[in-house]
Design a protein around this ligand. Structure first.
Ligand code: PLP
Length: 408
């Protein structure tokens, strides 16, 4: 086989469809977020970043930076191996206690990313529970889909957020079948929120283990940032809460939280935990500082929600097709991959960076720009973005007719 020819043809196909991914060459600036430098060959421009998942700007928080620097000087840069081989660094033990406390669970297990946490936990549960069936929301993230696939158990998909469909599926499974219902709280591309209480009720009625991905909610919702489950008083009813430290907490790393036995089970059998080097101690220290700070500062969550509403309202009143939803995510529909890329390029020329979201991240025909304003995005930035968006929409001949209903 001519491997190079094959690789080239596949890439060309993506380019022809307008789905080839081009990364922005950015330099984040500590203390200046959301301002950043954008490199274009030899030139460097200053831009405002609108699409970061560092939702609260915690990646530059002085206490987080100080914890990371201090831990680097004390412990060095790396963990020294998997936790089986190199030992568990004390910073990770403390971080797991902090996370278990955040979710009011008996225990938590830290993995190297949210993706690895989902892959490992679902694959382990699916593979080891005898005859298990995983019932998965149709919009679940790739990390859950890959985890379910890797566990090689049976899988049934329920229509997105459709509790009646979920119940029909559970009812049809033979009595005594181990069942895991896997879903998310905030779906990150449309910003819609799952009917968690209803899903849990159905799980309880049918003896299913509930598994929720709160990746786009931890740090952001609930009195202490425990996610939508905390906000809705449901944390004690969910069996497995999965989260990340890369978004609301601004660093990196993933985790699952739940009963001591469930966590010990994933620790003892999960390949993505057993066979992969642990998070570096300075990273664990930065994560812990971030979680502790975010827990104690509900005002940052209020400011975050207020900024998201302010941007959504502003773009809507300018006639832009905002896909209105209940969360902090502000998607604006374009509906075409080439125009979506072009809109992103034209905005960048005007000093605003927002990544185009194209297939396969979202279904074809629903291509969009996805804005995630943080507490640091001020009125002046929002005004400038609004003017730039209207100019770009006019230049591309896109309609300025207002709200777009979400696909949810
Ligand atoms: N789960 C969901 C719903 C996600 O959107 C993502 C990443 O964006 C992940 C899990 C993976 O988390 P991480 O970025 O920490 O690997």
């Amino acid at each position: 086989m001519d491997y190079e020819k094959f690789f080239g043809e596949q890439i060309e196909q993506l380019q022809d469809e307008g789905n080839y991914r081009i990364f922005a060459d950015l330099e984040r600036m500590a203390g200046e977020f959301p301002r950043a430098k954008a490199h274009h060959g030899d030139s460097v421009d200053e831009i405002v970043v609108w699409c970061s998942n560092d939702y609260l700007g915690m990646a530059q928080h002085p206490e987080v930076l100080a914890a990371m620097v201090d831990a680097t000087e004390r412990y060095g840069a790396g963990a020294g191996g998997t936790r089986n081989i190199g030992g568990t660094h004390h910073e990770i033990v403390l971080l797991e206690q902090e996370l278990a406390d955040l979710h009011q669970k008996e225990a938590a297990l830290v993995l190297t990313s949210g993706w690895v946490a989902n892959l490992t936990a679902l694959c382990t549960l699916g593979a080891k529970l005898p005859g298990a069936v995983i019932v998965s929301d149709a919009w679940n993230h790739n990390s859950m889909i890959e985890g379910i696939r890797a566990g090689r158990c049976d899988k049934v998909v329920f229509r997105h957020n459709d509790v009646d469909h979920l119940e029909l599926i559970l009812k049809a499974l033979p009595e005594g079948t181990p069942k895991i219902v896997a879903f998310e709280s905030v779906y990150s591309m449309d910003g819609d929120i799952a009917p968690i209480a209803d899903i849990l009720e159905v799980c309880e009625r049918h003896g299913a283990l509930s598994y929720i991905d709160e990746v786009h909610a931890v740090g952001l919702y609930g009195e202490r940032g425990g996610g939508v489950c905390e906000r809705e008083g449901l944390m004690d009813r969910v069996d497995v809460i999965q989260g990340t430290m890369a978004k609301g907490f601004g660093v990196i790393g993933g985790y699952v939280a739940g009963s001591r036995k469930m966590v010990d089970f994933v620790r003892s059998f999960g390949p993505g935990f057993i066979f992969s080097t642990a998070l570096p101690p300075p990273v664990a220290a930065a994560c812990r500082a971030s979680v502790a700070w975010v827990k104690a500062h509900p005002e940052i969550r209020e400011k975050h929600q207020e900024r998201a509403r302010a941007l959504s309202d502003r773009l809507l009143s300018a006639g832009l097709p905002v896909m209105v939803n209940q969360s902090h995510i502000v998607p604006v529909k374009v509906g075409d991959p080439v125009l979506c890329r072009r809109a992103s390029d034209l905005l960048e020329e005007r000093g605003h960076y927002v990544q185009p979201i194209n297939y396969p991240t979202v279904p074809k025909g629903t291509e969009r720009l996805r804005f995630t304003p943080s507490p640091n995005h001020d009125e002046q930035m929002m005004g400038s973005l609004e003017r730039a968006m209207v100019a770009v929409w006019k230049e591309l001949g896109l309609p300025l007719s207002g709200a777009e209903s979400s696909a949810a």
